[in-house]
Design a protein around this ligand. Structure first.
Ligand code: DX5
Ligand code: ZN
Length: 213
C-alpha cells in the first residue's frame, strides 16, 4: 500500500516543516487538495502555495482538484509538474479531452468519483487514466467519517480494471485510518490518502507505517 498524506490537515503555520516531516516519515506521495468554494463548500490553496510545497517536498505531488472549472485549474498546476493531476468526473463535460491535455503535458491524469457516483461511469474512461480516486467521504473537509460502502466499490473497480485490462491505480481518499486500511488493501486499493490520521498522530512515522500493509 502506498501512502499519500493530505496536507489539508497539516499545520499551515509551519507548512515547510510539516512537508519535510511526512516525507522523512515514509510518505510515498504528497496529496494536495485544491478547492474552489463552488464545487465544494470550502476554499484551500492555489499555485502560489503549492509551488513552495513542491520546492520542499522530496516526494511527488498528487494534486486533487475539487473545482467547477477543471481546465482553468489544470492549466494553473501543470507548470508545477505533479506526478498525478486528478479532477472530478461530476464537474467535467469533456473528461477525455482534459485527460489528453494533462497527459500531453507529461503528467499522469487521474479521475475522481464522489461517494455516490457509479463505477459504470468509468467504462469508456478507465483505459485512458493512470489513477482512479474514490472518495470515501463527501469532499470538502478533512477529518470526516469513512463511508463503508467504498470497500465494495473498490472491489467493483478492481473487477472493471481486470476485465478491461486497464493499467490504472486505485486510490481511496477520506477517513482512512489504521483500522480500515486492511479492508481497503484486501479490496485491491493501491494508494490511501490520509490527512487527519497522520497529522493528528504523535508520530507521523508510526501512523504512516501502520498504513503500509
Ligand atoms: C477531502 C479531501 C481529503 C481529506 C482527507 O475533500 O479530498 O484529501 O483531506 O482527510 P482525512 O484523511 O482527514 O479524511
Ligand atoms: Zn483529496
Amino acid at each position: 500500500m502506498y501512502v499519500a498524506p493530505s496536507i489539508l490537515s497539516a499545520d499551515f503555520g509551519k507548512l515547510n516543516d510539516e512537508i519535510t516531516a511526512v516525507c522523512e516519515a515514509g510518505a510515498d506521495l504528497i496529496h494536495v487538495d485544491v478547492m474552489d468554494g463552488h464545487f465544494v463548500p470550502n476554499l484551500t490553496i492555489g499555485p502560489v502555495v503549492v509551488k513552495s510545497v513542491a520546492k520542499i517536498a522530496t516526494k511527488p505531488l498528487d494534486i486533487h482538484l475539487m473545482v467547477d472549472d477543471n481546465t482553468f485549474f489544470t492549466n494553473l498546476f501543470i507548470p508545477l509538474k505533479p506526478k498525478f493531476l486528478s479532477f472530478h468526473i461530476e464537474s467535467e463535460n469533456h473528461p477525455l479531452r482534459l485527460i489528453d491535455h494533462i497527459r500531453k503535458n507529461g503528467i499522469s491524469p487521474g479521475i475522481v468519483l464522489n461517494p455516490h457516483t457509479e463505477i459504470s461511469t468509468l467504462k469508456y474512461i478507465i483505459k485512458e487514466v493512470d489513477l482512479v480516486l474514490l472518495m470515501s467521504v463527501n469532499p470538502g473537509f478533512g477529518g470526516q467519517k469513512f463511508i463503508p460502502s467504498i470497500i465494495e466499490k473498490s472491489r467493483e473497480l478492481r473487477e472493471l480494471i481486470y476485465k478491461t485490462d486497464a493499467k490504472c491505480l486505485i486510490e481511496v481518499d477520506g477517513g482512512v485510518n489504521g483500522l480500515n486500511v486492511a479492508e481497503l488493501d484486501e479490496a485491491g486499493v493501491d494508494i490511501v490518502v490520509a490527512g487527519n490520521y497522520v497529522f493528528s498522530s504523535q508520530s507521523y512515522k508510526a501512523a504512516i507505517t501502520s498504513l503500509k500493509l
